[in-house]
Ligand binder design. Sequence first.
Ligand code: AMP
Length: 536
Amino acid sequence: MTPFSEFAELCRALEASRGRLDKQHLVATFLTRVHADEVAPAVAFLTGRPLPASDPRGLGVRGLPAAPEASAAAPLTLADVADAFAAVADASGPGARHRRESRLAALAARASALEREIVARIIGGEMRTGISAGGVLGAIGEMAGADPEAVRRAALFLGDISAVAVLARAQGAAGLTRVAPRLFVPLSPMLAETGTDFSELLVAHGGRTALEYKYDGARVQVHGDGERVAIWTRRLSDVTASLPDVVGLVRRELRGAPLILDGEVVALAQTGRPLPFQELMRRFRRVHDVESAVARIPVAIHFFDCLLVEGRSLIDAPYAERWEALVRVTAGRHLAEREIVETAAAAQAFLDRALTAGHEGVIAKDLRSPYAPGGRGKRWFKLKVAETVDCVIVAADRGSGRRAGWLSNYHLAVRDAEGFAEVGKTFKGLSDREFAEMTERLRRLAVADDGYTVRVRPEVVVEVEYNEIQKSPTYPSGLALRFARIARLRDDKTPGQSTTLSELRALYERQFTTKGRDGIPTDAPSRASAAPSRPS
Ligand code: AMP
């Protein structure tokens, strides 16, 4: 095994070295030398993690307890430190805190001052060595003589730098290029680029494309092997416990395990229509009393991809083939609504159907394309029809970082009886030049300034795109625009021609003619009373 003092010296050398490549080289040399069983913890420690990234456990401690100077016991090894962290993470139940602390105190008692400092940094999650996770990946590539792109790809598949390093050390560059998804290790989902034109994307996809409903829910990756099922979100957080109904469905209804499927869950109203996104999030946030949430907010799952079936990776198979596997696995149930189209007219008809059914839009997928974890590219396009309203800017916050010097976060309001009612904020949609111009313009309209927010006379009208209108507990108007973004300046409109609060309420209500409703109380006027003005 490798003395922990060597790891501590490495950290010190990294701190002292300046160049990115120098640091990378130091780490590569260390990873070549370290005992094979210690590669995983060494890499985890270098990235400020006591446990490898794929280990869902935490240590449950704040820091390293104080201890007397190192005793004459055998020198600490990297494996000793890893074992101690694993034991601490394992401790649970009554007295766990005490057992954790005494395990760490025993570790500290065997460590030199420098080693103790390094152990404390690992626990604190900050190594201060100046090498990032990307730098460590670079070092793994250097050690294995592998192409940086292959290393990056392996990291996306394995979701854990330690696992990449272990593979690189054991199988070299060739092993990294053969990497496949692993069961119960979530991989970054494939993403879609924004598209605008069906004819263009049909060309990009070779004349045919698979269109699917774009469900407004949460992306989930489902891993299943018999009774064992795990579900992760797009950001790779484990939501298995929030979705016992989906877990049950996977156990009962799917064939072809071990498998990995990709899909979207949506919350459903009693009518079977999709509920707004906000409702689904309630279900995910629920930690206690999951059962009553399951009954109150039922969900539906729509699978659209199959990455592993019967333990075999389909990652590099074309989408057409992955879909066939998905149909076998699910027997055609719980799938995304889908149609293969060859003309823009057929695509438009499918989009209309999706919108009428209460969904956000469609996703167009190239039938020839492999699954690209973490990739956004021309193989998947999303097409949405954005709703817009005309808002008046009533205040702006000062920007920071790249936007320092600008008024860059705009408070958006609609008209109401008392004047203007705020319904959201956005810093999205303007170009740098437009930010600069808007800043000038708003400064001339300023009526108050608290050093952070400048309040302005309500004169500038902007057309604002949004994804959904939500009930808001914070705005007195009671409504908020989700994902607001300035689509264009509407200098052709006066503030008096902007959208009114009652129109916005009507739009909020109208969402439920396509989306389901969960008995959310509303004081909105009846749907017929206010016909919202649609922007030209
Ligand atoms: P966006 O979040 O706007 O970038 O759109 C991409 C997201 O749409 C994905 O991450 C999924 O959560 C979601 N989505 C909904 N339906 C589908 C579908 N049929 N195929 C792929 N993604 C979908």
